[in-house]
Ligand binder design. Structure first.
Ligand code: NAD
Length: 357
């Protein structure tokens, strides 16, 4: 039996997670899975109820669970709160508290959605790349940080810091994923300017010696951004730091044309993970039954594959999503002309139907 913590969060998080829960219920009914679901609070919803975006109770329950499914956090309602109380602090807090250092963000172009990409079909068709982003270190966490008065004016500082052990563990993560894919890792840094990147590159080289079946290459981040839009299919696995990964993975996501289609995993060293769509809480469309739930449903598939050792069931979810797209059903964000536009709820029901057929 697996115990899953469900954190719907804010905005569309509530609607899309409800669809993923339908999928989990279906697996429980039809495939003798015993996934017990426990609900918890994170983000703005947690702040409203407890005064904290990251309540102690949430972390306590998380540590008793085998996996976590998160919707998204944030929204205008909480934007004027002091920084430590904002929903996004809850997200950074849970990642850091659980040491979820390895963020896997696949960018896969579904052939049915090729026309949704901003790039030419021949450049993106068949795209399947994995970005492995370091998630709990680097400039998002480094000290010193803050804004102070210096020499009579405001002065802001953040620090890009990495210990070699932090670089090595994300390196191992990337190389092991590449072993299960096409055996290529491209490490992205800014070693021509930043000392922390020089260390990053040296450690990646050292780690690579343990993986003779994987080929390591390096790119500076500016070139990597250019190559991603010029010829994204040259990449298999890309590994990079927290900040560079944040930017590059959003760029890679847009190559697929649809932010509502992409799942992600954030793993610790034992493959305990938190799974979530890559998009945010989309306050502009919350409560309207138009959000695309497929990224969240595909996050359940990643959970089965990476944390729960159920690759076959993961495959079934992926096929069910593909079947629904083949049948021409689309949520508004991915619909072209002459396609059947369905709402969030109906899309969830269609995936369950395909799963059970
Ligand atoms: P967003 O990803 O929420 O939305 C960007 C655009 O994509 C919007 O137009 C939105 O309507 C659309 N979109 C997003 N998900 C969609 C879906 N499933 N179906 C259809 N359309 C979808 O990013 P944003 O607008 O920059 O941020 C909104 C809030 O979300 C902010 O408070 C931000 O801090 C938060 N956020 C949270 C996370 C997270 O929880 N992991 C990630 C990013 C942003």
């Amino acid at each position: 039996m697996s115990k899953i913590l469900i954190l719907p969060g804010d905005g569309i998080g509530i609607e899309i997670v409800a669809q993923a829960v339908k999928v989990i219920d279906s697996l429980n009914r039809n495939h003798a899975m015993e996934m017990t679901l426990v609900n918890g609070l994170l983000g703005g919803a947690a702040y409203d109820e407890t005064g904290s975006p990251f309540p102690d109770e949430t972390i306590r329950i998380a540590k008793e669970c085998d996996s976590i499914l998160l919707g998204a956090v944030g929204g205008p309602k909480w934007e004027s709160l002091e920084r430590s109380l904002r929903p996004e602090r809850g997200l950074l807090g849970i990642r850091s508290e659980l040491e979820l250092f390895s963020n896997l963000r696949p960018a896969i172009l579904y052939p049915q959605l090729a026309s949704a990409s901003s790039l030419k079909n021949e450049i993106v068709s068949g795209l399947d790349l994995m970005i492995v982003r370091e998630l709990v270190g680097g400039i998002y966490f480094g000290e010193p940080r803050g804004v102070e008065i210096k020499n009579g004016e405001r002065f802001g500082v953040n620090s890009a810091t990495y210990y070699e052990s932090e670089i090595a563990r994300i390196g191992h993560s990337a190389f092991q994923i590449a072993q299960k894919r096409n055996g290529r890792v491209c490490s992205v840094d800014k070693a021509n300017v930043l000392e922390v990147s020089e260390l990053w590159r040296d450690v990646m080289e050292e780690v690579s010696k343990e993986y003779s079946d994987v080929k390591l290459s390096h790119l500076y981040v500016d070139n990597a951004a250019m190559q991603l839009v010029r010829d994204p299919k040259q990449f298999d696995v890309m590994v990079t730091s927290n900040l560079f990964g944040d930017v590059l993975s959003d760029c890679a996501a847009m190559l697929t044309g649809s932010i509502g289609m992409l799942p992600s995993a954030s793993l610790d060293k034992n493959n305990f993970g938190m799974y979530e769509p890559i998009h945010g809480s989309a306050p502009d469309i919350a409560g309207k039954d138009i959000a695309n739930p497929l990224a969240t449903i595909l996050s359940v598939s990643m959970m089965l594959r990476y944390s729960l050792n159920q690759a076959e069931l993961a495959e079934k979810i992926d096929s069910a999503v593909s079947d629904v797209l083949d049948q021409g059903y689309r949520t508004k964000d991915i619909a072209g002309d002459s396609q059947k536009v369905v709402g969030t709820e109906e899309m969830g029901d269609l995936v369950v139907k395909a799963l059970e057929s």
